[in-house]
Design a protein around this ligand. Sequence first.
Ligand code: MEV
Length: 327
Amino acid sequence: MVATSAPGKAILFGEHSVVYGEPAVAVAIDARVHITVEPCEGAWKMDGYPLDGDRHPHVASLLDAVLGEDFQSHAIQVRSDLFPAAGLGSSAALSAAGCAALLSISNEPLDKEKIATFAHLAEAQAQAGRASPTDTSTATLGGCVLVSDKREESANWQYTRSLETPEGERVWEIHSVNLPPSASEMWLVVGYTGIHAPTAELVKGVADLLTRNPAKMEDITRMGEVARNGVAALSAGDFIQVGELMDEAHILLAGLGVSCPELDDMVEVARRTSFGAKLTGAGGGGCMLALTDKPDETAAALEMRGRRVLVTPLGAPGVTVEKASKN
Ligand code: MEV
């Protein structure tokens, strides 16, 4: 039996623009997807039912890529601490934890670059070919991750990811970011709208908008600058600046049509007790986040609005094998 887990993620800067090669900054959050895998009779199973590739495209893609055909069938059980389809990277965490479990049952080394690669390809397959490696790299590496179109001196380069997308080949450089000690006094309050937001549709919506209105590409470029300035401010421990940039990022995202009245309202409420707030992930519902040193006050304000919240430090451990035994 093998048990693995991987964290969800919260994007601080660069969602959507990262799909077009601009930088993005994400942190792993203190909420995980847990997977167990054990041998079983008959076909592969997922949560007690025969595995259906249409319902679980990430797992089907990983099985193909990691094990190929004719591997002993296993039963996979998934338990998640994350709000589903909420922009917190639950499918990326599932892919990273799933990949680690499959490598483990095939006695292959747990190479993090390999896990991040297979998880990214699974995510891309499920998102009609348009997926940045942000979510899957954060689920794999943990901590704080910077994804960029070039190797950044300010961060620790880890590996390169490339992908053939409908708009051509994209290449991303993946880095870990060392946060200053003062970051341990900061919290992210994540508020959930309760609205399911399928990433693939939102990413397609932005692609369609850019085709109809190519001038919007200027906003994508500005989002990249905001992300670059954001990571510099974060590394310097300048949380006031980080918050201001988060506020600007929210306006730019709303301009791409990926916010909604519920997100705008929650962002507005959270800003009263935080350094800054924005939607996080694909948008269209899903979650917002606020950076604050008063997490209880921010969380209470969102709960008063009837929202579910999750409070997390900036960073959590990446993909982990919790148990690997013969029985
Ligand atoms: C989703 O968490 C983030 C997006 O930028 C999509 C991606 O990076 O693949 C919207």
